[in-house]
Design a binder for this molecule. Structure first.
Ligand SMILES: Nc1nc2c(c(=O)[nH]1)N[C@H]1C(S)=C(S)[C@@H](COP(=O)(O)OP(=O)(O)OC[C@H]3O[C@@H](n4cnc5c(=O)[nH]c(N)nc54)[C@H](O)[C@@H]3O)O[C@H]1N2
Ligand SMILES: Nc1nc2c(c(=O)[nH]1)N[C@H]1C(S)=C(S)[C@@H](COP(=O)(O)OP(=O)(O)OC[C@H]3O[C@@H](n4cnc5c(=O)[nH]c(N)nc54)[C@H](O)[C@@H]3O)O[C@H]1N2
Ligand code: SF4
Ligand SMILES: [Mo]
Length: 718
């Protein structure tokens, strides 16, 4: 028996786990009680790391499609095939003809996080897509314009705050997002034990709402109205108190003006929250000794994603809680901290290029995935003819998934870096797998930028593997797209990447000694970081290094042109009239929202028996009143229709959802032909993104509306 201590790479919480092996077999995974951050916390997904490692369906060799069937291939054959078929597309049709889609695990996979960029830059396409445009891009947009850097996203100081106002987030299930915090339940209880309060705004009475002091079941998409009304009350009652932020803020008067029409009475019908409650909430927020407003995916993947994301921080500023202990603070990561004075960049801007077909602006280098199908379907110069997916399953995660799947069939060539043959990778011509989480090193560079407590924890590979590491695969692809052929000198390319990282950090690359790959990059990033750490220091601390509670970072953090917090940037406030128009618009009688589930990880962990056993979870939640009116029976089937498509799902009647709203979780629908995920197929469920409309976007950021989709429901016939 041996044990390994690993940082779980499955979600944003970064829990420390202790994995026990009998030889090469995982016999147990439990929370590492000595982990400096998670103190033994674990969730069902983390506990299934062994099942993932041993999953017989997980790919272990490259696959090449020959005459419509996948056959196993050697790595050399796979790269030769890619070279032979991708290079002609680049040469004949140019770089924009090759699109990239990078999915969520790109952030959770160290090699992809560090080396993906080199490949994407080498491809040089404007058609760069990620899961961000079905996720958090509105927050990058708002913070980019307010603070000057799209990664300067404040996180609630969970362990010290006395008041938490949380909108569109269910961290008891999601384990937190843009808020790296193992054991959110314990931390929220801590707030209450300190005499503080937790307020949740969510159309559903979620587990998080159950634990809270107050729950407001808001109408989907109305958060910006609610937040504006809170701003209105603070201004009207002269309760704006900037505190020590005062000298750093511009735009307060503009915000006060903009908030005028959004009285509690005006927004009450549309939000479904009584004016009286809104006033009381504003008072509680202003009175709190310290407070943090936090919004997550229910506030970003909706019509007013950017305005909502902006107003969250407007409230943090107006109450003097930004960058203050117990408020909303900016972490200081040990490695890869992009937003400090050492790394001054150009102030944030968007729309540096636009999408060809729908003229949608680029945000942080990305085009909305909602328009990927348009770019594939529409002939003309710059048409997308080849696609590389990296750790992504857009056929289940992107809007109008039905149309996207059809579009993928039209591509000349497609490559998927994926560990499964699933709904998306089945469309590929070549699939390149990678090592399991237990066979690669890990360090959550990206997630530590959003942590509620500064920590650093390095994970060496727990087990050896015959597979190439993902960074080697990415560099071989980089060789191909730069015309060096399928057998480029990986060591030379790696040295180049390391040289660039060292240069950016003002270091000589030789300080990292003999190390190569991600080890060398992380060592360089740590050395360049603010804590004077090296990788050797972390190697000597298998349970992590505690770098202390969050500390104020103002004004160092500010990177706007004026060096101030821009409370009312035009790029954002230009969308306020669209919001004001909402006050007079009729609402759809029935809208669809999503919901996450403890034992799911978006679309891709449904092939693990321990996570799918039990009752079918892909059900439609509907309030008893709506069920009665529509004639839906508990346990019966419903047909759900939107402009984009139609699915059938089993009905679960529950008063935990507000009337006028139905909920279906995303990431299901594993019935596609030609996949190799036996367990998932046996628990297929339905794909809710067949219903999501690719033309409904948060207008500023291009992020898809996945919450608040107008819908028709009827009992399924037969
Ligand atoms: N309706 C609706 N849709 C949503 C959402 C919603 O709330 N509602 N949420 C959105 C959000 S927030 C997100 S982030 C997206 C997620 O969207 P995606 O990132 O497109 O989808 P995932 O389900 O995360 O799929 C991850 C893929 O990566 C593969 N994979 C996992 N680990 C590895 C690895 O280590 N290496 C490689 N090579 N591959 C790996 C998996 O097999 C899977 O194919 O979905 C979005 N879609
Ligand atoms: N177990 C599990 N954990 C996960 C994931 C998973 O699939 N499963 N996915 C991971 C990913 S990629 C992400 S991005 C994070 C997301 O992390 P969270 O944002 O915490 O995720 P959700 O549980 O989807 O919570 C969103 C909530 O918003 C509510 N909501 C919907 N529409 C609205 C609205 O208009 N207004 C308001 N106020 N609320 C609304 C929904 O009812 C839901 O409860 O979770 C991550 N963690
Ligand atoms: S909460 Fe997230 S990081 Fe922690 S064990 Fe579960 S999946 Fe892993
Ligand atoms: Mo996400």
């Amino acid at each position: 028996m041996t044990t390994a201590h690993v940082t779980c790479p499955l979600c944003e919480a970064t829990c420390g786990l202790e994995v026990t092996f009998d030889g090469d077999t995982v016999t147990e995974v439990r929370g590492d009680a000595e982990d400096v951050f998670s103190h033994g916390f674990i969730c069902p997904k983390g506990a299934s790391l062994g099942a993932l490692h041993h999953d017989p369906d997980r790919l272990r060799t490259p696959l090449i499609k020959r005459n419509g069937e996948f056959v196993e291939a050697s790595w050399d054959e796979a790269f030769a095939e890619i070279d032979a078929r991708l290079r002609p597309v680049l040469e004949k049709h140019g770089r924009d003809a090759v699109a990239v889609y990078a999915g969520n695990p790109s952030v959770h996979n160290l090699a992809v996080f560090l080396y993906g960029r080199a490949l994407y830059k080498a491809i040089g396409t404007k058609n760069f897509y990620t899961a961000g445009t079905v996720d958090q891009i509105p927050k990058h947009f708002s913070c980019g314009y307010m603070f000057g850097d799209p990664v300067s996203i404040p996180v609630p100081d969970l362990d010290r705050t006395r008041f938490l106002l949380m909108l569109g987030a269910n961290p008891l299930v999601s384990n937190g997002s843009l808020m790296t915090a193992p054991d959110v339940r314990g931390r929220l209880r801590g707030i209450r034990e300190r005499g503080g309060r937790v307020v949740v705004v969510d159309p559903r009475r979620t587990r998080t709402a159950e634990l809270a002091d107050e729950h407001y079941p808001i109408r989907p998409g109305a958060d910006a109205l609610l937040l504006f009304a809170l701003v209105h009350v603070l201004c009207a009652q002269r309760r704006v108190a900037l505190g020590r932020l005062a000298e750093h803020v511009v735009g307060v008067d503009e915000v006060r003006e903009l908030a005028k029409p959004f009285t509690p009475e005006a927004v009450a019908p549309r939000t479904g929250i009584p004016a009286y409650d809104i006033r009381r909430l504003a008072g509680e927020l202003a009175d709190a000794e310290s407070a943090a407003v936090y919004g997550r995916i229910g506030t970003t993947t909706q019509s007013f994603g950017t305005l909502t994301s902006w107003l969250v921080d407007v409230l943090n500023v107006l109450t003097g809680n930004l960058d203050r202990e117990g408020g909303a603070m900016f972490p200081l990561a040990a490695a890869g901290q992009a937003n400090s004075t050492r790394n001054r960049r150009k102030p944030f801007s968007t729309g540096r290029w636009r999408s060809r077909v729908r003229d949608l602006p680029e945000v942080i280098g990305e085009i909305p995935v909602a328009t990927l199908a348009d770019e594939i379907n529409t002939p003309g110069e710059g048409q997308v003819r080849a696609l590389l997916t990296v750790c992504g399953n857009p056929c289940l995660s992107a809007p109008n998934a039905g149309r996207l799947a059809e579009a993928l069939r039209q591509l000349d060539f497609m490559v998927s870096l994926d560990i499964y043959l699933n709904e998306t990778s089945r469309h590929a011509d070549v699939i390149l797998p990678g090592p399991s989480p237990l066979e690669r090193p890990h360090y959550p560079v990206g997630l530590y930028q959003f942590t509620v407590h500064n920590v650093a924890n390095w994970t060496p590979p727990a087990r050896p593997t015959d597979l190439p590491q993902d960074w080697q695969t990415l560099l071989r692809l980089t060789g191909i797209v730069t015309g060096q052929g399928p057998n480029a000198d990986i060591a030379a390319l790696d040295a180049f990447v390391a040289g660039e990282v060292a240069k950016g950090a003002g270091l000589d690359v030789s300080v990292a000694g003999e190390r190569t790959g991600p080890e060398r990059l992380v060592d360089l990033l740590l050395r360049a970081g603010p804590y004077d750490l090296t990788l050797a220091d972390l190697e000597a601390s298998p349970h992590g290094v505690d770098l202390g509670p969050l500390r104020p970072r103002m004004p160092d953090i500010l990177n706007t042109a004026r060096g101030k917090i821009e409370l009312a940037p035009e790029a954002i406030t230009g969308d306020v009239p669209r919001l004001a128009a909402e006050l007079d618009t009729d609402v759809s009688p029935l809208v669809l929202i999503g919901r996450r589930q403890l034992s799911s990880n978006n679309s891709w962990m449904h092939n693990l028996e321990p996570l799918v056993r039990g009752t079918n979870r892909c059900t439609l939640h509907v309030h008893p009143e709506d069920a009665n009116r529509i004639g839906l029976a508990h346990g019966g089937m419903a047909t759900v229709r939107s402009r984009a498509g139609k699915i059938e799902v089993p009905v679960e009647i529950t008063s935990q959802i507000r009337p006028g709203v139905i909920s279906i979780p995303h990431g299901w629908g594993h019935h596609a032909e030609g996949t190799r995920t036996a367990v998932a197929t046996a628990h297929a469920g339905a794909n809710s993104n067949v219903l999501a409309d690719e033309y409904l976007l948060d207008e500023l950021s291009g992020t898809a509306v996945l919450n608040g989709i107008p819908i028709d429901v009827e009992p399924a016939s037969g």
